[in-house]
Design a protein around this ligand. Structure first.
Ligand SMILES: O=C[C@H](O)[C@H](O)[C@H](O)COP(=O)(O)O
Length: 225
């Protein structure tokens, strides 16, 4: 079964967790895009969405789903997003698409985080996927040195021959070669480096539930975070 079919199956499953008449949080990436397209089919049953990136806001709006700023919203009952890696305790690496900061903000504001992922994202230990870290541009070399000292190899993210710039006007360092045995500890440590905006480790605010797509169907992992 193709990976896109698995993404579609979890996107369809996630729609069942969307509460009626509410504003929900929506993530970024290819799996989130499948979810947005499924959400469009029930758009009359929701009030709208808070988007975790400009790309997601544009896709939601193109479907006629009303997009709200986080500052306009009283509550977000559920945030639905993909992940680059997820463990059996609900800790994740996110930010492969560069949207980690807004994703983390909305995830923190949401009552429930539902991760939608195909089975290739489930790992025993985080770190095979390079860990994204959003940094203030003037600090990127300083922060890269500190990340290297942790045992990784930090590389400035380049796209189309130029440094990748986030929706917030910052840069991304991708850290290769980390074996993340204690996600929470590492998240706290990297958060403390001056110049870091957000580390793409989601352990403090991990997922509450993961809908995991495999050729056998969509499984659920509950984490109780
Ligand atoms: O910044 C991007 C997000 O964290 C995505 O949720 C993550 O990269 C997974 O994306 P995809 O569903 O395309 O694998």
């Amino acid at each position: 079964m193709a990976q896109d079919d698995l993404k579609l199956s979890v996107a369809r499953a996630a729609v069942k967790y969307v509460p009626e008449g509410k504003i929900i949080g929506v993530g970024t990436g290819s799996t989130a895009n499948f979810f947005i397209d499924e959400l469009a089919k029930i758009k009359d049953r929701i009030t709208g969405a808070v988007a975790s990136s400009k790309a997601t806001a544009e896709r939601l709006a193109a479907h006629g789903i009303r997009v709200f700023n986080l500052t306009e919203v009283e509550e977000i009952p559920v945030y639905i997003d993909g992940a680059d890696e997820i463990t059996r305790s609900g800790a994740m690496i996110k930010g492969g698409g560069g949207a980690l900061t807004r994703e983390k903000i909305i995830a923190s504001a949401a009552a429930r985080f539902i991760c939608i992922a195909d089975e290739s994202k489930l790992v025993a230990t985080l770190g095979k996927f390079p860990l994204p870290v959003e940094v203030i541009p003037m600090a990127y070399k300083l922060v890269a040195g500190k990340l290297d000292a942790l045992g990784g190899r930090a590389e400035l993210r380049i796209r189309d021959g130029k440094p990748f710039v986030t929706d917030n006007g910052n840069l991304i360092l991708d850290v290769f070669g980390l074996q993340i045995g204690h996600p929470l500890r590492l998240e706290e440590k990297i958060n403390n480096f001056t110049g870091v905006v957000t580390v793409g480790l989601f352990a403090q605010r991990g997922a509450d539930l993961c809908l995991l797509g495999s050729p056998d169907g969509v499984g659920t992992l509950e984490f109780g975070n």
